[in-house]
Every structure is written in C-alpha cells, then in structure tokens.
Design a protein. Structure first.
Length: 150
C-alpha cells in the first residue's frame, strides 16, 4: 500500500510540475510552491541524513522510500523562481536572478546528486547511503550559501 501511494505521489508530482509555470497567478503563489517543495524535500532528506549519520537506525526500505521522494521533489521548485517572486516572504537572494546561469548549474548539480543518492539507497546498505549522502548534502549547502538568505 505504501509503495502504491509513493508511486502515485511521484507520478502526481511530476505531472503537476510540467505545467507549473502557468499555475502561478501571482508571484506569491510561486514562492509558496517552491517553499512547500523545499520543505517536503528537506523532511525526507533529513530522514536519510539521520540514518547516514547514525542518529536513526538504518532501514533499507525507509531509505529507498525517502530517497525516491527526495529525487522527485528535487525537480520541482526551480520553475517557481519567477519574476517578482524575489519579494515578500522569501529567503531567496537577488543573486538567483542576477546570476541565473550559476543558479541553474547549482540546481542541476543538486538534482544529479539526489539521483545518485536514490541509486545508493536502492543498493540496500548503509555504506552506499553514507557515501552518496555527503556530496548530496554538500550540493544543498553550496546553493544555500550562494543563493539563500539565512
């Protein structure tokens, strides 16, 4: 049942991401969308990190389930960095729009690391998860350092 729900959620997320640009009636809608995407991704990524860092027991199935969600969610927020969404309730730095090529590179790198993390989780052992988690976390941090107000 959980696998079916996970698969359904993944398919739904991908199908919603494709026409997402047209869904933003206001810049605030884009901000809410990307924040929600990042929050879901962070929750599942945090569970993987807890396992990789020994703060939670390793559970191979939970690792795969969480890595799949992270991999899908990593694709969603980028289309929501639209014009005008740099104002209001956001931690996005102006550099996102000023250095859009650098921002896109950081997003692409993070997505690639999440795919590697997903593959590592499917290996079914904690060592593979540990090896992939470090670079994935570093890719998140690099983007936060350059493009997020703290």
């Amino acid at each position: 049942m959980k696998q079916t729900l996970s698969t359904l959620a993944t398919v739904l997320a991908i199908s919603l991401a494709l026409p997402v640009q047209a869904q933003f009636a206001k810049p605030e809608d884009a901000t809410k969308y990307r924040k929600a995407s990042f929050n879901v991704m962070a929750a599942h990524f945090g569970r993987l990190g807890a396992m990789a860092n020994g703060r939670a027991p390793y559970d191979a199935k939970a690792a795969v389930d969480n890595a799949e969600v992270v991999s899908v969610m990593a694709k969603l927020p980028w289309s929501a960095f639209v014009e005008g969404s740099d104002k209001g309730d956001t931690r996005a730095k102006p550099e996102i729009w000023k250095e859009s090529a650098k921002f896109k590179d950081a997003a692409d790198k993070m997505q690639a690391e999440m795919v590697k993390l997903n593959t590592a989780a499917k290996a079914g052992n904690i060592d593979a998860l540990k090896v992939a988690f470090g670079p994935a976390a570093a890719s998140c941090k690099a983007c936060h350092d350059a493009f997020r107000k703290d």
